[in-house]
Design a protein around this ligand. Sequence first.
Ligand SMILES: Cc1ncc(COP(=O)(O)O)c(C=O)c1O
Length: 359
Amino acid sequence: MLPDFPWDSLAGHAARARAHPDGVVDLSVGTPVDPVPPVIRAALASVSEVPGYPTTHGTPALRAAAVAAMARRFGVVGLSEGAVLPTIGSKELVAWLPTLLGVGGRAVVFPEVAYPTYEVGALLAGARPVRSDGLTALGPEVPGLIWLNSPANPTGRVLPVEHLRKVVSWARERGVVVASDECYLALGWDAEPVSILHPSVCDGDFTGLLAVHSLSKSSSLAGYRAGFLTGDPALVAKLLEIRKHAGMIVPFPVQAAMSAALADDDHIAAQKARFGRRRDALRAALVEAGFTVEHSEAGLYLWATRGESAWDTVSWLADLGVLVAPGTFYGPAGDKHVRVALTATDERVTAAVVRLTTA
Ligand SMILES: Cc1ncc(COP(=O)(O)O)c(C=O)c1O
């Protein structure tokens, strides 16, 4: 049984927030609002006449661009181009990875407060979802898969290198695959997030490790559905084989767009600066309005609390015309927090700041 789709339960508050005379400020979903950078749009358009099937493995240009970007942006060296596999955004991969790895019947471990699709993926595979931030709590059972997510959705928490190293060595001793969802890796504010494939974490040995990347947030490509995974060549080859049979193929124009996005760091810096300004403004306004902002040292969200139930805070903000997500969407431990996304235009962020600071 899959859980109810969480956003449906926000409908009543959303209707109230939309009724605000100056309109809603929707900070409930991490969807980009800034236009796709021209260099990426041009790449997409330049191949729009190509009629044939794309390859599941992605073009050599795309895989080379991904390897180069991982080295340039994140210091991940030694990846092979064969070990890059494009995905149709990263959500589908998160939802299907346990099935593709065949871990049904076993435990799939993911953070206590987490992006809901880790649980969904475990359930789709017939695996057992286990929420845990620590390995000791797992007991003697050897899980089929461990998910990490740093910087995290929804908390913005960054796992330090020592923590990542511990997970990698624990998993290696037991032959467990570690999948690291790194879709917010380029958005470090008060801490510098590190990839699981960075030499300081894995000593250059990618065995059993997969890094999952998305172009949705940093390159504003959520609408294109553009992601990739990389890491252990043997695991990537196994996933490629199944995905070829199953038709899990990224459209060719999107592959071209991804190549251009991965080759260009200017738009990444510009987008990060935009998110940074919105973050500073929203954070200060939330604090002024009496919130405590926890974690949030990286990523696309502020994890905020007024020390009351999450739904009470959602309701209070909805009355101001500001829509946020209750922490309970991400697990029972989120019951006193709300997640505030940085994904609104400057004009809407300013509107939220005014409402919060005059409330
Ligand atoms: C932690 C995490 N992983 C994966 C995704 C999926 O992103 P996409 O499918 O757009 O790549 C999201 C989206 O919000 C996310 O927060």
